[in-house]
Design a protein around this ligand. Structure first.
Ligand code: NAD
Length: 268
């Protein structure tokens, strides 16, 4: 089945590392052209590009741009579109900060809402028209279990992720009648991971490791046992595999879904 995405161009935000890189690599493995975007220095960009090229990308281009700045996003997307259409959009960029509401800095609220929610609106606003015109498109929004349920000390993150799930449903409805099963349609879905082993959760792991006197294995087991019944982390590659599957033409009738990948977290 290799080469299923030959001739398709995919734009993945937050893609120089973590889940975004896992997704970009999965899409590359089927021959897609990749457009990467995130924050980082030349070394971070080069490492991300090399991984995606090694996975099989037909072509890779990269942008370093701050998604909090919607004018910058408009300008980047203008440049991306001047090089050709975007068939697959994966909104993945995100940050985290944990504190109770009374201790949550207002600036963290602003940043998390801007990156984890508003940037997803910006990219869809700018890229859905082209997908509608070509009668094919895939939008995959990386939400979280926190788009479905709450945890303490994550007010902006939970608000943003619930927002992503709602935004996904609206976009899915607005695009549901585009194209056909032959063209593959235009679908918009959210993936809702539980714990995935990336830098984003490192501070939360470190708190548990400290609680267990520096024992990393015990700290991670403690974190997982609280809410994720499988007691197993997911990997970025596994989130990539699901994204890839949603890009298949056969998935033309899966739209507006919020798919948990959470080891049973939200089944409780
Ligand atoms: P990560 O920290 O490894 O990667 C985040 C990416 O977002 C980086 O590439 C970073 O450059 C980019 N980014 C951050 N701020 C940005 C900004 N202002 N402008 C442009 N890019 C920016 O994190 P990850 O775990 O790979 O997270 C990816 C997504 O998955 C996030 O939306 C996160 O909320 C979600 N998620 C993660 C987990 C988990 O356990 N790791 C669980 C559920 C959902």
């Amino acid at each position: 089945m290799s080469g299923r995405l030959e001739g398709k161009r995919a734009f993945v935000t937050g893609s120089f590392q973590g889940i975004g890189l896992g997704i970009a690599s999965a899409l590359a493995s089927e021959g897609a052209e990749l457009v990467l975007l995130g924050l980082g220095d030349a070394e971070v960009v080069a490492r991300g590009e090399a991984a995606v090229r090694a996975a099989g990308a037909a072509r890779v281009e990269s942008y370093v741009s701050d998604l909090r700045d919607c004018d910058a996003t408009e300008s980047v997307i203008g440049k991306i579109l001047s090089g050709g259409a975007v068939d697959i959009l994966v909104n993945n960029a995100g940050i985290q900060h944990t504190a109770n509401i009374e201790d949550m800095p207002r600036s963290k609220w602003n940043d998390i809402i801007a990156i984890n929610l508003s940037s997803y609106f910006d990219t869809m606003r700018l890229l859905l028209p082209g997908m509608k015109e070509r009668e094919f498109g895939r939008v995959i929004n990386i939400a979280s279990v926190h788009g479905l349920v709450a945890s303490m000390a994550k007010s902006p993150y939970v608000a943003a992720k619930h927002g992503v799930v709602g935004l996904t449903k609206v976009a899915a409805l607005e695009c549901a009648n585009v194209g056909s099963s032959q063209t593959g349609g235009l679908t918009v879905n959210a993936i809702c991971p539980g714990w995935v082993g990336t830098e984003l959760i490192e501070p939360q792991i470190q708190t548990r490791v400290d609680k267990h006197g520096g024992d990393r294995v015990a700290g991670i087991a403690d974190l997982l046992s609280e809410k994720q019944p499988s007691k197993r982390m997911s990997s970025p590659e596994e989130i990539g595999a699901l994204t890839l599957w949603l890009c298949d033409k056969a998935a033309h009738n899966i739209t507006g879904a919020a798919i948990p990948v959470d080891g049973g977290w939200t089944a409780q």
